[in-house]
Design a protein around this ligand. Sequence first.
Ligand SMILES: Nc1ncnc2c1ncn2[C@@H]1O[C@H](COP(=O)(O)OP(=O)(O)OP(=O)(O)O)[C@@H](O)[C@H]1O
Length: 265
Amino acid sequence: MLQLNNIHKTFYPNTPDERRALQNVSQELNSGDFVTIIGSNGAGKSTLLNMLAGSLLPDEGEVWIDGKNVTALPEEKRAKFIGRVFQNPLTGTAPGMTIEENMMISLGRTNRRSVWKGITKKTREQFREHLSTLEIGLENRLNSKVGLLSGGERQALSLLMATFTEPKILLLDEHTAALDPSKESLIINLTKDLVEKQQLTTVMVTHQMDQALELGNRLWMMDEGEIIFEADDENKQDLTVPDLLKEFENVRGKRMASDRALLAK
Ligand SMILES: Nc1ncnc2c1ncn2[C@@H]1O[C@H](COP(=O)(O)OP(=O)(O)OP(=O)(O)O)[C@@H](O)[C@H]1O
């Protein structure tokens, strides 16, 4: 479903500020794979997600999604088949618009005709059904402005909006990092449910190593633009957080520098 061939990205090349954000990244995900990405500060995790979303283009290498070379395809064209949830609950939804208007925008990404038709009774009913799966009562608040929702409710809505159109790839960009612990577990459980139900191919960046171990069937650890360690379904199940820290030290000969990861657990 996803193939990364020898991806390189350097910011400000040949200047004193040169930053090698991605070096020689080659990976493949099968349909339904769920990879969690951890790593040190500035390891290239966000750059990798941006490259998948099309908001950044690689200097070298290719990105293939579902058998198509999308390397040069701009972000707005990829939005049809890529769902993304950001760290900040304020990103990804329009606060001045209602829940149903926000959902209509998501629907419009994959189905232009739906926008011309406007919100029909049938569409509204479908929105209500999707919202009810969140089990937080948003199906009764279709006409509430999204700006009035709490951070957790808003992130749940973002997750739904990113997935109800059944994208080929779901990108989760530290999507629980700004939430308090009770809301965080709500969003993690929703993530598990939605991904499992739809068998979504998912790429999730997290600073929480326990979360990275708990979720998904694959794991990539990054440092200085490279994937320095990976685990698949079988060996991921036995890994612990101390194992991950040790792996990092074995490969790099130094401790992982990640303030947030180490604080998180
Ligand atoms: N737009 C940009 N312009 C210049 N340099 C950038 C840009 N985006 C990222 N970088 C640099 O590229 C490297 C990788 O950054 P990236 O944000 O991808 O790391 P990260 O793993 O997400 O880090 P963190 O966990 O600290 O958020 C860093 O050295 C960063 O300073």
